[in-house]
Design a protein around this ligand. Structure first.
Ligand code: AMP
Ligand code: MG
Length: 410
């Protein structure tokens, strides 16, 4: 049985990145850039006014000039035609290019003009407060210049990044492909969540949960239905599953007489990378790989059937594999771990490190986390309150309140 650390290393050294593809910006949120993105424009593209007002020479204002001859009106999207000289000004709108000769803008509120008044031949400007060159204007390329590096390859695109990408003309972006993921829960006792289970049956809670998590990573998630614990049924569903980049099975991977998944996977050419990890819950987890036509591979995860076990397998290892496939920078492929402090004493038993549902519990000290009441790997109720998993190392004695722990947010 390997350790969690060894399992991470096995995933990282087995899984390779998918090819890149070009997609439209409107579909880019959540995708990871495969190339650097540079700007093809200066931002702003010209010295620009950031106020509605009058473009002037700051020296005139400092010299006490208040009466100005108005040369023209410059709107955003227009270009100035006249040079501002001593005693002259041009009316200017927010975003419009500053005319030659002007180095600053006086707000319209400091003029004798109302917002909607037509532009007069002369204007009175009474400036209050400090005023100097550069006031209410922004220099060309003050944000960034044409050619500047805007995003590095392997950056995951967030909604807030889309504006900047649009500004620099990245209407299409080159990103790593998303994996196709197939999900196959197995077990004779399972019925679909739309059904009322008969005695000895339970609803398939894993399948919908795992598909929902997978949907955070890719738009291509295939539901293979529920596999029964029979070779023939598993075989036909696994053959379909192996046509995907990732196949996630749940159930049937441990030591029961009906735990047939590993042998069916082997019969279909899946090479075992590991089977069993020293972790609680989720020990019997299986990871393997199969070659496919066209040189691509299918990475196969067999997660234990209990829902919180399969969640832990998803959170630790399947997510790591998917991040490897989608080009996430090496330092960020494993799940996020935050330093945290235990708010109350907690006892774990057994000889495997434990990932326990937990949550932050004190706004005044965001490092404080508490382990939630939890009945073990079949108990999904505690996840209702959980914000993540608390990692507890193996210890004979209880983990005391105030002890340092790691928190892995969902
Ligand atoms: P197994 O890994 O097949 O031995 O299953 C372990 C436990 O998880 C059993 O109690 C199963 O009934 C339960 N289980 C298996 N698959 C699911 C599922 N898809 N949803 C909810 N519970 C499951
Ligand atoms: Mg089973």
């Amino acid at each position: 049985m390997i350790t969690v650390e060894e399992a991470y290393v096995a995933v990282e050294s087995t899984v390779s990145c998918l090819p890149s593809e070009t997609i439209g910006l409107s579909k880019a949120v959540g995708r990871v850039l495969a190339n650097d993105v540079h700007s093809d424009v200066d931002s702003p593209p010209h010295n620009k006014s950031v106020m509605d007002g009058f473009a002037v020479r700051a020296a005139d204002i400092s010299a006490g000039v208040t009466e100005f001859r108005v040369l023209e009106t410059i709107i955003a999207g227009g270009l100035p035609t006249a040079k501002v000289t001593q005693g002259t000004t041009s009316r200017i709108m927010t975003g419009a290019p500053l005319p030659d000769g002007a180095d600053s803008v006086v707000m319209i509120e400091m003029s004798n003009l109302g917002y909607t008044d037509p532009t007069p031949e002369t204007v009175t400007l009474n400036v209050e407060g400090r005023f100097s060159a550069g006031k209410h204007q922004m220099a060309r390329a003050g944000n960034f210049a044409s050619g500047d590096l805007i995003f590095k390859a392997n950056h995951r695109i967030r909604p807030v990044d889309i504006g900047l990408l649009a500004e620099v003309g990245a209407s299409n972006v080159v990103v790593w492909a998303q994996p196709t993921i197939a999900v196959l829960p197995t077990g004779d006792e399972l019925v679909d969540c739309s059904q009322s289970p008969a005695a000895s049956q339970i609803r398939n809670s894993n399948g919908p949960m795992i598909r929902a998590i997978a949907h955070q990573w890719t738009s291509s998630v295939t539901d293979l239905g529920i596999g029964v614990d029979e070779i023939a049924d598993l075989e036909s569903k696994i053959i379909t599953g192996l046509k995907h980049d990732v196949l996630i099975l749940t159930g049937g991977v441990s030591a029961g007489t009906k735990d047939l998944v590993p042998e069916v996977l082997a019969s279909q050419g899946v090479k075992t990378i590991f089977h069993k990890v020293k972790v609680k819950p989720g020990k019997p987890i299986f990871f393997g790989v199969a070659d496919r036509d066209g040189g691509r591979r299918c990475y196969v995860f067999g997660l234990p059937g209990n829902p919180v076990s399969s969640l832990v397998g998803m959170h630790l290892f399947v997510s790591t594999a998917v991040r490897m496939m989608t080009g996430v920078a090496k330092a960020a492929v494993r799940p996020v771990r935050l330093g945290a402090i235990l708010s109350r004493t907690h006892e774990t038993r057994g000889n495997r490190p434990t990932y326990w549902p937990g949550r932050k519990c004190d706004v005044a000290d965001p490092r404080l986390v508490k382990a939630l009441r939890w009945n073990g790997s079949s108990d999904l109720l505690s996840l209702r309150e959980a914000e993540g998993l608390i990692y507890f190392s193996v210890r004979e004695s209880p983990h005391e309140a105030g002890a340092k722990v790691e928190f892995l947010p969902f």
